[in-house]
Design a protein around this ligand. Structure first.
Ligand SMILES: NC(=O)CC[C@H](N)C(=O)O
Length: 357
């Protein structure tokens, strides 16, 4: 058992026990309020470069299995827990959480009052932090890594099926998005984030999905022109980062939330029906409300009940829609699975819309 520390750029220091076999790592410290789903959270590529503080006091009690990974590799910079279970039990379990951290060279710290860290992040906003063995090492270098390059697929991946052909643009897509599309019988082609408009046209898709992904959506500004054209050619669904990119491509704006939404119980209201859905979320940026209200072509379809931020938008004429939350769930509620069904319906109706132009 080695002593370790979480140092925050606010000057706060937390002492705990080091997990994993990497001795030092730095990243944006974010908290997740989900009570379960640590495996999906740790393997969600949208967390690339971040240190995840789990609010739920115990992590690891049902181990890690083969089925629930959201990516093949872990891209996080570390986890911080109140308690870690070193002797988990579950019939599907293949390894412990600490085994997974070690296998991926990821750092961790346990035995820390994570509620205190959450209070600090809520007070100061998003903060940088460091997991280290040396509590006096308080320098924080600016991290300008472009993570999408690391998390996106390097080559085109094809999945055959009988339904409509969907091109999934991979900015660090969770596996659950692919699973949800295959579940809807879609033939899916996963393409790298920098695939050009012409290359996508050659694939002859029936619809496009823009995936989730890490970092500031503005880091992809050079691709916005192509994204706008693609969305105007094919029925499109954007999820999380994909949603932010659609908004930006069509003249909207994004801003950074003080400490983000990360958890499995975020209530969103559907404007059209007044229905409330409980959603799975993981984002630090958000589409600016005014920039959509002032946009002639888009309207807001969902908003967050806790802070009234934008949770979904739709084009007024074309079948382009996007959501900030995660309809693919995992972890978290599956209440918004119907978003995928609506998208497939849009694809069929979209054929008519585009043919009429
Ligand atoms: N899950 C996501 O796609 C996150 C989108 C973006 N990186 C954000 O933090 O807002």
């Amino acid at each position: 058992m080695q002593k370790g520390y979480l140092l925050l750029e606010t000057g706060h220091v937390f002492e705990g026990t080091l997990l994993g076999n990497s001795l030092e790592s730095t990243g944006e410290v974010v908290f997740n309020t989900s009570m379960t789903g640590y495996q999906e959270i740790m393997s969600d590529p949208s967390y690339a470069g971040q240190i995840i503080v789990f609010c739920y006091p115990l992590v690891g009690n049902y181990g890690i299995n083969e089925a629930d990974f959201e990516s093949n590799k872990l891209y996080i910079r570390g986890i911080v827990t109140g308690e870690i279970c070193v002797n988990p039990q579950h019939f599907q379990m293949k390894e412990t959480t600490v085994d997974t951290l070690n296998r991926n060279g990821i750092n961790g710290l346990t035995g820390v009052d994570t509620r205190q860290i959450v209070k600090i992040i809520r007070k100061y906003g998003s903060v940088k932090g460091k997991i280290t063995t040396n509590p006096s090492n308080v320098s924080f270098n600016a991290d300008t890594t472009f993570f999408i390059d690391q998390v996106s697929t390097k080559s085109i991946q094809k999945y055959s099926n009988d339904g409509p052909h969907v091109v999934l643009i991979d900015y660090g897509s969770k596996k659950s998005i692919l699973r949800a599309l295959l579940n809807e019988n879609c033939k899916v082609t996963v393409v790298p984030y920098n695939t050009t408009l012409v290359e996508i046209q050659k694939l002859n898709p029936d619809g496009i999905v823009l995936s989730n992904g890490p970092g500031d959506p503005m880091a992809l500004s050079e691709y916005l022109k192509d994204i706008k054209l693609i969305t105007e050619m094919y029925p499109t669904l954007g999820i999380c980062l994909g949603h932010q990119l659609i908004a930006l491509a069509h003249g909207g704006k994004t801003t950074k939330l003080p400490f983000g939404h990360r958890g499995g119980n975020h209530p969103v209201k559907e404007v059209e029906t007044g229905k409330v859905f409980i959603t799975s979320q993981n984002h630090g940026y958000v589409v600016d409300e005014k920039s959509i209200i002032n946009n002639q072509n888009f309207h807001i379809t969902y908003f967050n009940i806790n802070d009234r931020t934008v949770e979904g938008i739709r084009h007024k004429q074309l079948p382009i829609s996007s959501v900030q939350f995660h309809p693919e769930a995992n972890p978290g509620p599956q209440d918004t699975e119907h978003i995928f069904k609506k998208f497939i319906k849009n694809i069929h109706q979209g054929e008519l819309t585009y043919a009429a132009q």
